[in-house]
Design a protein around this ligand. Structure first.
Ligand code: ADP
Ligand code: MG
Length: 435
């Protein structure tokens, strides 16, 4: 495949020849392909922004060149460069650069106003974009009336209004609270996966790395390492294969599970599924154990799943101290844990042996486990949602949505957190059943 962006022997030196000369970017070569999600990662001052702005054509190279879509910056005239900035590339910054005296709608339409498009036409596009980012009701407001997260969404909407193929984002969530940050990162992810836009994200936060197809590690003005995120690639490949219209039920079930358990790889399904199940079950039920406890306990759960030991023995062994080969837990915790494991496994058994009884049994289990107080209509709804999930007619997200949806809209009206927990519990049971 032809690269979309090619960086060739690029060097950037600020204030060259002056006492404050800074070599921000040493000779750099890099190719970025269509539809890639690439992250530039490294400590502050290592040259990430300089590299990004060079790709944007906002920073002139001291040496070397950047080529986009087969056209080198060095060969572009002013008009071509302007065209690239207006429609080829969308930029998102940490600061939002919204204009305080313009309404949100006018801010979003700004790139089109610059192109001389008339008001009616550009507002039509602006409203569509607002709708897409669920901020339609904020079009008439002014930037000062919005939260940080909302402002960043507006800034992204503005960057996207001309539908650029390439989105460049320089630490776009650096100033946002974690909830808003997740939200913005999810938008970028959707733009990449659904709209197939090429994304380059600059960050120094290691928690963001999982979003990328490829991570470029930088230090002192150089690329020091490159890592391809195979997990993400593989999942995408499987998801592509599993078109719900053509996939057989087997692939469909697996692909739904894979979207819930992002680290579950196709290779694992043949060989490593039980160890994987053990890990998931363990981390699902508890999360505040140390690594050593986790690792020993994982071995024990694996034994249970391989049916080498009974859940009864599980409790004894977890309770046993480290030096005796046990999990080093305290008794109460070991007891609670084993009970929880055996109750989950009970549901798995029902699902395997008598699937026709599974929805009502699972509904009763969920009601008691999560202490739900449901009226008759909602009990019936819960059962029907569970049937749909068991038959892989809906996925985890849909399950959660239905649990959370108001009663008058056909849901059960559970709190979002409860809906999340229940849908996760159901996924774990579906995973354990899967063979
Ligand atoms: P990062 O984005 O990784 O934090 P930058 O690309 O912003 O790094 O900066 C790389 C180096 O270049 C730093 O030493 C920085 O101080 C310097 N630098 C960045 N922009 C300029 C500029 N406009 N003029 C002079 N030096 C700059
Ligand atoms: Mg920077």
């Amino acid at each position: 495949m032809e690269p979309l962006i090619s960086i060739d022997k690029l060097r950037v030196i600020y204030n060259q020849g002056k006492p404050n000369e800074t070599r921000a970017l040493e000779e750099t070569n890099l190719k970025i392909y269509p539809r890639e999600y690439v992250i530039f990662f490294g400590p502050s001052g290592c040259g990430k922004s300089t590299l990004l702005y060079s790709i944007a054509g906002l920073q002139k190279p001291t040496y070397g060149d950047v080529t986009i879509n087969g056209k080198a910056f060095s060969s572009m005239n002013k008009k071509e460069m302007l065209e690239l900035h207006q429609t080829g590339i969308g930029m998102i910054f940490q600061a939002f650069y919204l204009i305080p005296s313009l309404s949100i709608l006018d801010n979003i339409c700004l790139p089109r106003a610059f192109r001389g498009e008339r008001r009616g036409k550009r507002e039509e596009a602006g409203l569509k974009t607002l709708e897409r980012f669920s901020i339609l009701d904020q079009g008439d407001k002014y930037p000062s009336q919005l939260s940080g997260g909302q402002k960043q969404r507006v800034a992204i909407a503005r960057a996207l209004i001309n539908e650029p193929k390439i989105i460049l984002a320089d630490e776009p969530v650096g100033n946002l609270d974690s909830e808003s940050a997740r939200n913005v990162l999810q938008i970028l992810k959707d733009l990449n996966e659904i709209d197939q836009q090429t994304i380059i994200l600059v960050t120094h936060n290691p928690e963001h790395l999982a979003y990328a197809d490829r991570v470029i590690y930088m230090r002192d003005g150089r690329i020091i390492k490159e890592e391809v995120n195979h997990e993400k690639r593989d999942i995408a490949d499987v998801a592509l294969d599993a078109d719900p219209r053509t996939a057989n039920p087997e692939t469909k079930e697996l692909s739904i599970l894979m979207s819930s358990f992002k680290s579950l790889l196709p290779q694992q399904v043949n060989m490593l599924l039980v160890p994987y199940k053990a890990k998931q079950l363990l981390s699902h039920i508890l999360s505040d154990l140390n690594e050593e406890q986790v690792s020993i306990s994982e071995t024990l759960i694996r034994e249970v799943l391989f049916q080498n030991i009974q859940t009864q023995d599980l409790m004894e062994r977890l309770d046993l101290s480290f030096d005796k080969g046990g999990g080093g837990w305290n008794r109460t915790r070991a007891e609670n844990f084993s009970t929880r494991v055996s109750r989950i496994l009970e549901q798995v058994e029902i699902l395997k042996k008598t699937p026709e009884h599974a929805p009502p049994a699972l509904a009763d289990y969920i009601i008691s486990q999560f202490r739900l107080d449901l009226n008759d209509t909602n009990k019936i709804r819960l059962k029907s949602f569970l049937s749909l999930r068991i038959e892989s007619e809906i996925n985890r997200a849909e399950m959660k949505k239905r649990l959370n949806q108001r009663e008058k809209n056909g849901g059960i009206g559970l709190y979002s957190q409860t809906a999340e927990k229940i849908s996760r519990e159901v996924e774990i049971i579906m995973l354990l059943k899967y063979s």
